[in-house]
Design a protein. Sequence first.
Length: 281
Amino acid sequence: MFNFDHFRATFSSLLLAGIFVACNNETKPVAAAAASDSTGIKEENISFSADSANLNAFVVYNDSVKGKRPAVLVIPEWWGLNDYPKMRARMLANLGYVAMALDIFGDGKVADNPDSAKAYSAAFYMHPEKAKARIDAAIAKLRSYDNVDTANIGAIGYCFGGGMLINTARLGDDLKGIVSFHGSLIGTPARKDLLRTKMLICHGNADKFVSQADVAKFKKQMDSIGANYTFIGYDSATHAFTNPASTATGKKFNMPIAYNPAADTASWAAMKTFFASLFGK
């Protein structure tokens, strides 16, 4: 049985700690500096209904490349669908994927302060099935694209988004693989009869919001069911290590978060290797 009391306690402790990451629209991560051909890149803003909400999404792909290709869903930080996940979607499109950054909160909600972010994200921590319903709707929408290889759909998530993807995969989803960047680890239970998704977990070893006890518990849960996952810890990397704005945010709000260019670049490279192996491309 899923221990909701433990999950609520964990969520409450995160809220008290004030865990959040600001996005800076003008700053790009080191990983974005990699050379890529943006010729033919097409961007679309779409919307669809799911779980009694209107979900917006940013879809991007290289229209000059013909034929079907894998697709990757991007689940944002708890700020919602702002420029940061859109930037990551563009990076994925430059790698040859169809990418969709999802407005998982629905109705275009984007938080510009911690209180709003907490309010928007709380229901998804308390009721992980809400995230699954909206992620499933996004997968179905991706499958409607003629250029998507429907057998090869993965997802990446940051902070809140990483935790939601882990929860969704462990509730039983047909995403082929997911990558969590500095996401929460303890949530829905690991069940062998439900978990079909391969996972890459990119974690900061200096993350003060995800304890070593949580890391050990997560690994024990996953190992106990023979889950197919890879866990990579990056030394000296704190929470939010992929976000270039996190250093300034940490200083502004006296939080133990900082951008780590080496961990950002290394984790993005690990993601590329993971998806190349997963999709056979």
